[in-house]
Design a protein around this ligand. Sequence first.
Ligand SMILES: Nc1ncnc2c1ncn2[C@@H]1O[C@H](COP(=O)(O)OP(=O)(O)OP(=O)(O)O)[C@@H](O)[C@H]1O
Ligand SMILES: [Mg+2]
Length: 609
Amino acid sequence: MAPLSDPAPALRERIHVLPEVLANQIAAGEVIERPASVVKELVENALDAGAQRLVIELEEGGTRLIRVTDDGRGMTAADAPLAFLRHATSKLRDQDDLWRIGTLGFRGEALPSIAAVAAVELTTRSSEAPTGVTVRAAAGRVVDVREAGAAIGTSVAVRDLFAPVPARRKFLKSTQTELGHVVDLVTRVSLGAPQVHVRLVHQGREIAVHPPVTTLAERARQVFGADRVRGGRTFADERLGIAIAGFAFSPHLSFATARYVYQYVNGRPIRDRAVQHAIAEAYASLVPRGRWPGAVVTLTVPPADVDVNVHPAKHEVRFRLAHVVHDTVLGAVRRALAGATGHAAEDPATGVAAALRTYALRPPAAPPPFTTGAAAGASTSAPTDAPGVAETSARVVPAAAATPRPDEPSAAAGVSGGFAPLRFVGQVFRGYLVCEAVDRIVLIDQHAAHERVAFERLRAQHAAGAIERQGLLLPLAVDLAPRQGEALAGRLDDLAALGFEIEPFGERTFLVRAVPALLGGDDPRLLLEDLADGLAEVGSHLSAADAIEAVLGRIACHSVVRVGRSLSTPEVARLLADLDALTYGSNCPHGRPVSVELTRGQIERMFGR
Ligand SMILES: Nc1ncnc2c1ncn2[C@@H]1O[C@H](COP(=O)(O)OP(=O)(O)OP(=O)(O)O)[C@@H](O)[C@H]1O
Ligand SMILES: [Mg+2]
């Protein structure tokens, strides 16, 4: 043991206050991850300043230059340099203010953090001032302040992000990927502020422009295009001081991830699991299982009822009345969708299926599968509605999942005695087949069964090196978002082996010449976007084999994407026979069950016999 008097380690471990620049760099680590995070902070400042017009200019995906120009109220020459001081803010005075935050910013950290990791030049002019002022900051310090001619408003230019911290610069991705993140951010900002003019320019080229509009539906159309918003519904409701309004996409559109569920509280983009869960539940029986709907949800909540000071990046919040938020969103979206489809979206909590599940298949009612205020990490997981099924005595047959999860145990194969001999009793809830065997009832999820059959068929064809492809009469040009395009471009060879003939055609456009025959005549555009989303999500960590499995899952899903069609008896017979023909390899992707069984014994127990 070293003698206690050894001075060397003691000296090294003496406590000291960090130099301010280093402290700011550490603070930046929490909020400034990439160009899109800089854009987020600058845009939020602009909106807090009452801007009606935002221009976001980038060079090299924002790694070289980010400039955000607004027409907000600007700063006085005296205030402008103060904006670079840590914990300097005009938005908060005392502790009470923390509970009535009406602005997007309040921490007084964004500008000093940015200035610690990049060179910043801010030009601003307030309406009272005859001229403007330019403040330059480098290496975390204000190095120059001088008078400048300027319009009322503020323009902030951020150059060479992370040049002072090379270790972080290494984490930046390609120009296309970083641009993609900014595009996503601009989409989110635009949807949150329909009345603001938003323009995004990359390398002098206009990427997006959204003139001011008065409704969310109009903004959604600007942002997503008329095709995507067709069949969508607006919704609104108010309960206990919590007002919600939003736009629900048509249930005919569904996505591989929850990325298209946009949420805002008091204008702030958030990711809240209660809201996300409410949306998934509202669409539960309308989109294929395991798929996500798209929706924009805006909440207006008394500031005292929502804590936004949970995470430095502020996208996580805590609601005082989380259950009211959840139920209000659920109710309003469900009513809107009922209007859209002509029948009420079935309430999974009251259906007979749910009753069967609760009494026969699993222990007493489970709590709703979300916890309020929890981390947003689960944002890509599928909606869960029967979490307990696989743990029970009921046999389950795995469905093809959109994303393989190789760490799960493989489920039991087939139904005892096979599917074909089952007597088909009827279809319920527009999607489940009720069948009878000698000593049990078998419920089959029609969609999952079709998907599973399609998946196995594709897999067999792929193994035999011959996925049937079908040429398109006219090649179809598909425009993708930058990050989608990048993900797709990296997998074109794998996709060719799967029956796609796709070639790059310009920066963000791909030409599709052939698709897997199984897809039939459906427009492959959505599938392609979906594939690209999925591939972008999993990134390049996925091995080729796993990526192929994931793509097969998605093709299968799209080949049967319609929910709730009623089947003729011969169609049911064919489906049952097809299910028997499946081979369940130990490495098959697992998802939700295709079928569940209820034995005569279980039923008798339910009736106390
Ligand atoms: N575009 C702008 N227009 C007018 N004032 C601005 C603008 N950007 C920054 N400011 C002023 O500079 C201050 C510091 O900005 P900064 O983003 O660092 O902190 P904040 O917005 O108060 O809090 P947060 O760290 O949560 O973003 C703001 O409080 C605001 O007074
Ligand atoms: Mg700010």
